[in-house]
Design a protein around this ligand. Structure first.
Ligand SMILES: Cc1cc2nc3c(=O)[nH]c(=O)nc-3n(C[C@H](O)[C@H](O)[C@H](O)COP(=O)(O)OP(=O)(O)OC[C@H]3O[C@@H](n4cnc5c(N)ncnc54)[C@H](O)[C@@H]3O)c2cc1C
Length: 350
């Protein structure tokens, strides 16, 4: 084989398997990538007891985002790459670094790690932005009156929308209603107070640990032309009800996975992890939960069927989608482990 053929072969192989090339490149410099998107952390601040706000410079492959979208961010913890969804909080028109704010879940693996350990210079994995929690229309042709409702960590995508509208010099009204524990529990309080001075923008807070009531009809006199809500499930349920009663469009973003299905007690069969060569008695929970309980830690992300980080091949058997109730038993199919529960005997390639 000539040198040219060998070189051409290497180039073709690299083009066909760009992610494999990145495994080698990262040994030299994790920010030099062929296909993967990465981001180097450029600033970190811990503005509240529970949050970490940080900026990252993405590699050249990152193509930007629309306000309200999310990105899968991955970080290696104890040798295992963990992926979670986070929504950039900045304006979609801002050039340069991406800004994230992560609220640490007291029991959460990744959010707690980032809150405690993230440092300037760390390199994170990123994916292209995705999601439909976005402004209708194009800049200059947005709905006139926009209402934003957020609770706790749900501030990030709505702040992105607010900052984007301000950058677009939006001519209508934008009202943000934010629910948080108390005044010290809001990492963006200072900036929001400044934004609230702009014509057409208003910001109101409800401090739930200072006697503030959870979202109800009394908070929303005017629903605007379109509403956006992001926060805990009960807040979203109330918002959906209020908006649907008055026939106004509401877009919602949910951060938390659906409540984990409790073991049914009726589950039967054996769940086999074929690559590990282990098996467990199926207890009815998702395959991801059962794998983790048995000491396997497959890559996972949103735990709610959004991000596809935890796909694996179901070699045989039947699984049920816990969100839709649909069952499927075609062999050798990719399934999302976080939303698939075994129905009887199942072999999965883990
Ligand atoms: C579209 C989207 C955008 C998001 N944007 C943001 C954002 O901008 N900022 C932000 O802070 N968060 C955001 N999130 C939430 C974020 O992705 C994480 O879900 C959150 O940070 C918690 O992750 P964690 O690893 O810390 O917690 P995890 O370790 O995933 O745990 C989360 C909770 O589930 C429980 N749990 C974990 N494993 C099990 C199990 N096997 N059985 C039962 N319970 C279990 C834990 O006790 C904990 O309470 C977003 C989520 C989505 C889907």
């Amino acid at each position: 084989m000539s040198r040219f053929t060998r070189l051409a072969g290497n180039v073709i192989e690299a083009v066909l398997t760009p992610h494999a090339v990145d495994r080698y490149l990262e040994l030299v410099d994790p920010m030099v990538t062929w296909a993967d998107i990465r981001g180097r952390v450029t600033a970190v601040s811990r503005r509240t007891d529970r949050t970490v706000t940080f900026t990252v410079t993405p590699t050249r492959q990152f193509e930007g985002f629309r306000a309200g979208q999310f990105i899968q961010v991955s970080v290696v913890i104890d040798g295992v790459r963990q992926t979670r969804c986070f929504s950039p909080a900045g304006s979609q028109h801002a050039a340069g670094d991406l800004e994230f704010t992560v609220t640490a879940d007291a029991e959460g693996h990744v959010s707690k790690h980032l809150r405690e350990n993230l440092r300037v210079g760390d390199v994170l994995g990123l994916t292209p932005a995705t999601g439909t929690f976005t402004l209708p229309g194009e800049p200059g042709a947005r709905p006139a009156n926009i209402r934003l409702i957020s609770g706790g960590s749900g501030i990030t995508p709505v702040l992105s929308i607010l900052r984007t509208l301000v950058d677009e010099d939006h001519r209508g009204t934008v009202e943000l209603l934010h629910f948080c524990r108390d005044a010290d529990d809001n990492p963006y309080r200072a900036e929001l107070d400044l934004l609230a001075r702009r014509a057409g923008v208003s910001v109101n807070y409800v401090y739930t640990r200072a006697g503030g009531r959870h979202l109800g009809a009394e908070h929303l006199d005017d629903l605007g032309d379109v509403g956006f809500a992001c926060g805990p499930a009960p807040l979203l349920e109330t918002a959906k009800q209020l908006y649907s009663e008055r026939g106004v469009e509401l877009r919602v973003e949910e951060f938390a996975p659906p409540a984990a299905a409790a073991p049914s007690g009726e589950a039967t069969g054996t769940l086999r992890f074929t690559e590990a060569g282990t098996e467990v008695d199926n207890d009815g929970r998702t395959i991801l939960d059962q794998a983790e309980s048995s000491g396997l830690f497959p890559e996972s992300g949103c735990r709610m069927g959004i991000c596809f980080s935890c796909t694996a091949v179901r070699k045989s058997g039947c699984t049920s989608n816990i969100l839709t109730g649909e069952t499927d038993s075609e062999p050798d199919q990719h399934i999302q482990l976080c939303i698939s529960a075994p129905v009887g005997d199942v072999d999965v390639a883990l």
